[in-house]
Design a protein around this ligand. Structure first.
Ligand SMILES: NC(=O)c1ccc[n+]([C@@H]2O[C@H](COP(=O)([O-])OP(=O)(O)OC[C@H]3O[C@@H](n4cnc5c(N)ncnc54)[C@H](OP(=O)(O)O)[C@@H]3O)[C@@H](O)[C@H]2O)c1
Length: 236
């Protein structure tokens, strides 16, 4: 049977933890991506208490390329069977300002984490994932700009990440690389990222984690897709 080992960035809490939990309950071995030992170990304790196979955690600070390189090296050395990367870790940037009042430093920091670090990690793990005929799943928001919600740093960084997904999917197909990449918009989810907002239409991390695991386990190809976990139904 094919080994099923997943590495999830930002798996210590929020949506990443929900994905770790439900992928783990469905039989995946889970390696936690986190940037702090205490938080990683807390997540490992909670997951192993549910009977989930968690061989450990790997430190990854996406804003620091040396940390990303160390994480990729550790995964290559210790987990050569890795077949799934979930690019989940992300930051919101300053969501409370319009573009005129957005700090350049905020744009830079948000892009560094949500795009540059995420790209660097993906790039470094591509050979290993391809060897294992694996998959890359990005957790993101749509690139289209909504008139109701459009924080510049966040949506710009995610648009870049979405473009990365599209480019890689085309390249994998054109080069016959045995690797798949797709993006998932989980929809509004109550987490620290939004100050644990819980308005109508928001979901909890368990519900989202379970649906994400169902999608990843559905046996279908999603190469190049942008999947809405909660599709918007247009009324006539
Ligand atoms: N919540 C939503 O409504 C929503 C909607 C659409 C998409 N998303 C996306 O879902 C993903 C997860 O967000 P969430 O809502 O679960 O947020 P969250 O609860 O704040 O969790 C974010 C995770 O990312 C990690 N992280 C933050 N900065 C990092 C960095 N520089 N390097 C490595 N890890 C870092 C955090 O680690 P620490 O614990 O160490 O800070 C944490 O594990 C994000 O990509 C977000 O854009 C969220």
């Amino acid at each position: 049977m094919k080994e099923k080992t997943a590495f999830i960035t930002g798996a210590n809490k929020g949506i990443g933890f929900g994905i770790a939990k439900h992928l783990g309950l469905s039989g995946w071995r889970i390696i936690i991506g986190a940037r702090n030992q205490e938080r990683a170990e807390k997540a490992i304790r909670e997951l192993t208490a549910l009977g989930i196979d968690v061989p450990g955690w790997v430190c990854v600070e996406l804003a620091d390329l040396a940390s990303v390189e160390n994480a990729a090296r550790e995964l290559n050395d210790k987990h050569p069977e890795l077949s799934l990367l979930v690019n989940n870790a992300g930051i919101p940037g300053d969501m409370g300002v319009d573009s005129l009042h957005t700090e350049i430093g905020d744009i830079r920091e948000t892009l560094e984490v949500n795009f540059v670090g995420t790209f660097a990690l993906t790039k470094l793990l591509m050979p290993l994932l391809a060897k294992n005929h694996g998959r890359i799943v990005n957790v993101t928001v749509p690139s289209e700009i909504s008139p109701y919600w459009h924080p510049l740093a966040y949506v710009t960084s995610k648009a870049a990440q979405n473009a990365m997904m599209g480019v890689m999917a085309i390249e994998f197909q054109q080069h016959n690389t045995p690797l798949e990449i797709f993006s998932v918009h989980p929809g509004p989810t109550t987490t620290d990222l939004n100050g644990n907002m819980s308005l109508p239409g928001f979901h909890d991390i368990d519900t989202v984690g379970e649906k994400m695991a169902e999608l990843i386990n559905d046996g279908q190809s999603h190469q190049g897709e942008f999947v809405e976990l909660y599709p918007i139904v247009k009324e006539d």
